[in-house]
Write a protein that binds this ligand. Structure first.
Ligand code: SAM
Length: 286
């Protein structure tokens, strides 16, 4: 049961914390974590490193996937009784492949004020350096651990009409990229962020085939935490044409039907008409 008293209700802060480098935390996040009455942590011991680095002495409580269904109600009751509570996960933004969903759902049901304190997330960190189109992108969280289900997941993204981003574990990264290469082809443009913001940070941007070689050639490259992004077809079509070719296609497309514009560009540069036509079509929705 949710208690209530005459005291004004507190606030639930959802606070993003670093994904590796402990300095990647906002001033506001530190202030909130220092001043709240209780911090619900995915793992209280893990968060101690962060707390020590930033002199945070607030009381903590564990809230993880095994107790969140049960304990969220108690936290909501504490907030209704006036406590200010902050929710954090082990790394990055809570609820992004992390616990917190039951607590937030319950908090909204009870009209509790919820304040986000934004900060790092591995998927956005990778996209910020990947130079892949992000409009649109789809985030999948972790892919299924079993090879057959993962294959189905990859197949369901085909044709790639947007950039797809996902998290992958070190145990499965090699098999996963092998499978991805089989489904989408070795030429697929891909970005990998490994150990982002940490000592052995690695950012790869290139083809799926080259990423596979990188992972296969040195098993050390299979260690750590991974986030992967693959480019949607929309942009692959674009990247196969030169700037001059796309510029002419865009200009002609303003005055002529797409098919005719594509034909003229293709004949002028002696390139594939279908490729130019697909590019022109993608421009309508970019
Ligand atoms: N809430 C986190 C966020 O906002 O990114 C994600 C938590 S999820 C349990 C952890 C997964 O995120 C890791 O297994 C890895 O796939 C990805 N990840 C987290 N930190 C990372 C980092 N520093 N570099 C690359 N990937 C990372």
């Amino acid at each position: 049961m949710i208690d209530s008293s005459d005291k004004p209700a507190g606030i639930l802060y959802v606070v993003a914390t670093p994904i590796g480098n402990l300095d990647d935390i906002t001033i506001r996040a530190i202030e909130v974590l220092r001043s709240c009455d209780l911090v619900a942590c995915e793992d209280t011991r893990h968060s101690q490193r962060l707390f020590q680095a930033h002199s945070i002495n607030s009381k903590t409580k564990a809230l993880h996937q095994h107790n969140e269904n049960h304990d969220s109600e108690k936290i909501v009751s504490q907030i209704k009784n006036g406590l200010n509570v902050a929710l954090i996960s082990d790394a990055g933004t809570p609820l992004i492949s992390d616990p917190g969903f039951p607590l937030l759902k319950l908090a909204h049901q009870h009209d509790i004020q919820v304040i986000p304190i934004p900060g790092p997330s591995a998927l956005i960190t990778l996209l910020s350096v990947a130079a892949l189109n992000t409009s649109p992108f789809v985030f999948h969280g972790f892919l299924p651990p079993k090879s057959k289900q993962r294959l189905h997941a990859y197949q369901s993204w085909s044709p790639l009409d947007s950039t797809h981003v996902f998290y992958e574990s070190s145990h499965r990264i090699l098999d996963s990229i092998k499978q991805l290469t089989e489904v989408f082809g070795g030429e697929t443009e891909i970005a990998m962020g490994r150990e982002l913001t940490k000592r052995f940070e690695q950012v790869f941007r290139g083809s799926a085939a080259d990423l596979l070689t990188l992972l296969t050639n040195n098993p050390k490259n299979q260690k750590g935490e991974f986030v992967i992004a693959i480019q949607g077809m929309k942009n692959t079509v674009h990247s196969q044409l030169t700037n001059e070719q796309t510029a002419l296609a865009n200009t002609l497309n303003q005055h002529l039907p797409p098919k005719l514009a594509a034909k003229i560009v293709a004949e002028h540069y002696n390139i594939n008409k279908k490729q130019v036509y697909e590019f022109i079509l993608t421009q309508a929705t970019t």
